[in-house]
Design a protein around this ligand. Structure first.
Ligand code: ZN
Length: 397
């Protein structure tokens, strides 16, 4: 089954993208409303909506109330009009999903990642995307894009500079997948946390105005994704958001980080650091993972667990508070396994509020992730959808 790349060039004009987004956010919406909001000529709106309908990206969904004349036809996104296949490598298992145009995960499966890493992990990703594409073919679903959410430093051309957990160093992931899957375009490779951040903010867009915010994930590592006015902020080379490598301890005994430096937030407050500190403070050897440690802390029966989790939360909260002061964020979303713990969440919040200046706290929203483990899948699919309409999107991205 081929991607519809050949048919997509005519979607890449700014007006088409703008109208599609209007329909996504405000549906059900009539053509007259689209004309009013877009200030485009009625004939242009008519041609573009006709084109989107022909491609099954939008559909008619009843009529609006009439104020005299004919009742206007209402439009909405057709959730079955297109699909994305995404592999998310952020956990110990690869999560593979098929996501529809309504940004719902309609099929999901898990594949344990090879411990060998390197080429073996690459082959697993390729095979997962092939299976997803085949599944779409068998169910007669039109495929709009393929994507990968990967941990590590990912350049904006889809080159994985380094992903330690996967043993990937300078792996041109996007280019190799393009060659292996024989598609020229519509393969997107994004950092897992950036993808989750975009997914979270996209999900909220139906409910809130476009805002600026940060998504912070605390799990086996610590990372952040920044969204400004509905767009992912990825920095000069696509690497922005490495909040885990903000240095929080400068003493000579500060723990060494995976990046080789000392005293990084990740080395002090991520899952493995919490478990290490628990054992170092006399906690029992039966606690081997973050999940158990968080449960112990939340039960309030284990003083050492409570202390360690509160301490880690405070470290994370202070760093986020600093970011709030720099960026005047409107929203901070906490995700990853640690966010599920009330103890951890409360500790992050109080440290954040102790550091963020009073004026920066006005209107600041702080809450947990809405999409949970599916954030990466939905984020990559949403980014891929946005790229479909982006005038500058090209094979050379
Ligand atoms: Zn580091």
């Amino acid at each position: 089954m081929e991607l519809g790349a050949g048919n997509q060039s005519d979607l890449r004009d700014a007006n088409t993208g703008f109208i599609f987004q209007l329909i996504r956010r405000l549906s059900p919406i009539s053509r007259t409303d689209i004309v009013e909001r877009s200030r485009l000529a009625p004939s242009t709106v008519s041609v573009i909506t006709g084109n989107l309908q022909e491609k099954r990206l939008i559909r008619e969904c009843g009529h609006a109330m009439s104020n005299g004349g004919r009742r206007p036809v209402l439009l909405e996104v057709d959730p079955d009009g297109g699909h994305f296949v995404v592999a998310d490598l952020s956990g110990a298992q690869m999560r593979v999903g098929v996501i529809n145009l309504g940004m719902q995960v309609i099929k999901q499966w898990f594949i344990p990642l090879s411990r060998k890493g390197g080429e073996e992990s690459y082959r697993q990703v390729l095979s997962a995307l092939q299976s997803g594409r085949q599944w779409c073919g068998e169910h007669n679903l039109s495929l709009l894009g393929l994507g990968v959410a990967s941990p590590g430093l990912i350049r904006d051309d889809g080159m994985v500079i380094e992903a330690d957990n996967l043993g990937w160093y300078l792996l041109p992931l996007r280019r190799r997948l393009q060659e292996a899957l024989s598609v020229e375009d519509n393969i997107l490779v994004e950092n897992d946390t950036n993808a989750a951040a975009y997914g979270e903010f996209e999900f909220l867009l139906d409910r809130v105005e476009e805002g600026s915010g940060m998504y912070v994930s605390v799990d086996t590592g610590i990372g952040a994704g920044l969204v400004f006015n509905g767009e992912l902020f990825s920095g000069a080379r696509g690497l922005a958001g490495e909040i885990g490598h903000v240095r929080v301890r400068v003493d000579p005994d500060a723990p060494v980080c995976g990046c080789g430096r000392q005293g990084c937030l990740e080395a002090v407050a991520a899952g493995p650091a919490m478990v290490r500190d628990y054992h170092a403070s006399g906690g029992g050897a039966e606690v081997m993972d973050l999940e158990t440690l968080l449960a112990r802390a939340d039960s309030l029966d284990d003083e050492v667990a409570l202390q360690v989790v509160v301490q880690a939360g405070a470290e994370v909260g202070r760093v986020i508070g600093g970011q709030v002061n720099i960026l005047n964020l409107e929203r901070v979303i906490l995700g990853g396994l640690a966010a599920s713990s009330q103890t951890f969440f409360d500790s992050v919040r109080s440290a954040l509020l102790a550091v963020a200046l009073p004026h920066f706290q006005t209107g600041l929203e702080f809450h947990r992730s809405t999409l949970g483990g599916q954030g990466g899948l939905i984020g990559v699919a949403s980014l891929s959808l946005a790229q479909l309409f982006h005038p500058s999107a090209s094979v050379d991205r």
